[in-house]
Write a protein that binds this ligand. Structure first.
Ligand SMILES: Nc1ncnc2c1ncn2[C@@H]1O[C@H](COP(=O)(O)OP(=O)(O)OP(=O)(O)O)[C@@H](O)[C@H]1O
Length: 364
């Protein structure tokens, strides 16, 4: 089977050289990297705004670029939807007219009159149809921009920092729509971000971009927890993504009880619903390790596991190191001082208890 994305391109922009190669089968592939690492340039190569000097771009096996065969499809023939940081809607047109603008760009055989209803429902924008962009919130504008891109029947959606211009409340409002887009619409997404929290929540696959190159690419949980990447410049701070399910609530204290493979966690209830499946994120620096089960401390969460990997000493003065604990199939990455590791005599194979404060468990 063809990968969803198969990219290997080389392109010089002044002093900067983009030399990026990766494949992805993810529904949402995040390009993550520091400012200036080349994420937007790569997106522009995929979208056709930059014609690469050499290389290939294939989406679901369709060749968009293959310089060796002299193929560089023009932008308008690629069927790629773009969503930028700013919504870029036409101010003089209504929301309906903005959306239909996307529809006109869809190939005739891919246009269906039912598409509009499905998109309105998916993005919750049906009530905005007669409004003009000027009267919409930033989050509403972005939902319309996503709708417009979807209605062009793209084979791929490129989203370049779509939430960067929004405040925290608007981001929180739009994230569930992007999750639905990822899970319910069969269009693969390439998503540029430099927010680890966003990547942890949305991405199925992460490609790390560093100085024009892809330094790692793989499933999100694996990339975020990889010890060899943890201290690289621009790499996300090491963290663990753990699959969990809401199994109950503690009404008196406003907590939700989550079940994970390695044990239970208690977190702030927020808007969690009974039975909901979610991914929680725990920073490596927010976990303590104990040889014996602890009593008499305030932390509410203890996961038990076995040390599977101890990384190299790193950080300031090589004073810290990462280790990985297998908690019944979930990998927990922990940052400790080298001194603690020596004092406890920690070694691969040791059974340990990982202690996590509830406030350190990030939930959607
Ligand atoms: N036309 C150009 N000529 C010369 N250099 C360029 C050109 N376009 C981009 N660059 C350089 O290429 C590098 C990568 O830029 P790019 O915008 O792709 O990075 P980015 O990772 O998207 O950054 P940001 O997160 O800040 O948007 C930068 O150093 C930029 O200055």
């Amino acid at each position: 089977m063809n990968p969803v994305l198969d990219i290997a391109v080389r392109h010089r922009l002044g002093e900067f050289v983009l030399a990026a190669a990766f494949t992805s089968n993810g529904r949402l592939t995040a390009l993550f990297g520091q400012s200036g690492s080349g994420k937007t340039s790569l997106v522009n190569v995929i979208g056709g705004l930059i014609r690469p000097q050499s290389g290939r771009v294939l989406v679901d096996g369709e060749v968009l670029v293959d310089t060796a065969r002299g193929i560089i499809l023009p932008k308008h023939r690629r069927r790629i939807g773009y969503v930028f940081q700013e919504a870029r809607l036409f101010p003089h047109l209504t929301v309906r007219q903005n959306l239909m603008f996307g529809h006109w760009f869809a190939p005739r055989e891919a246009r269906h009159s039912s598409d509009l209803d499905a998109v309105l429902d998916l993005l919750g924008i049906g009530h905005l149809l007669d409004r003009r962009p000027g009267g919409l919130s930033g989050g509403e504008k972005q939902r319309v921009a996503i709708g417009r891109a979807l209605l062009s029947s793209p084979r791929l959606l490129l989203m370049d920092e779509p939430l960067a211009a929004l405040d925290e409340a608007r981001k929180a409002e739009i994230l569930p729509y992007i999750e639905r887009l990822r899970d319910k619409v069969g269009i693969p997404i390439v998503y540029v971000s430099h927010s680890v929290a966003e990547v942890a929540r949305l991405a199925t696959t992460v490609a790390l971009v560093e100085q024009g190159r892809i330094t790692a690419c793989g499933p999100t949980a694996e990339i975020l927890s990889r010890l060899d990447l943890a201290m690289r410049p621009g790499a996300p701070e090491a963290s663990s993504l753990i699959e969990a399910r809401v199994i109950g609530f503690d009404a008196e204290f406003g907590l939700a009880k989550l079940e994970t493979r390695g044990g239970s966690l208690q977190v702030a209830r927020g808007s969690l619903a009974l039975g909901q499946h979610l991914r929680v994120r725990i920073l490596a620096s927010d976990v303590l390790v104990s040889l014996a089960p602890l009593t008499g401390i305030s932390a509410l969460n203890t996961l038990s596991g076995t040390i599977t990997e101890i990384g190299e000493r790193s950080g300031q003065d090589a004073s810290t190191l990462h280790l990985r604990i297998d908690c019944s199939g979930d990998a927990l990455t922990v940052l400790l001082t080298a001194k603690s590791v020596a004092a406890l005599g920690l070694a691969v194979g040791n059974p340990v208890h990982a202690v996590i404060k509830s406030v350190s468990v990030e939930t959607p």
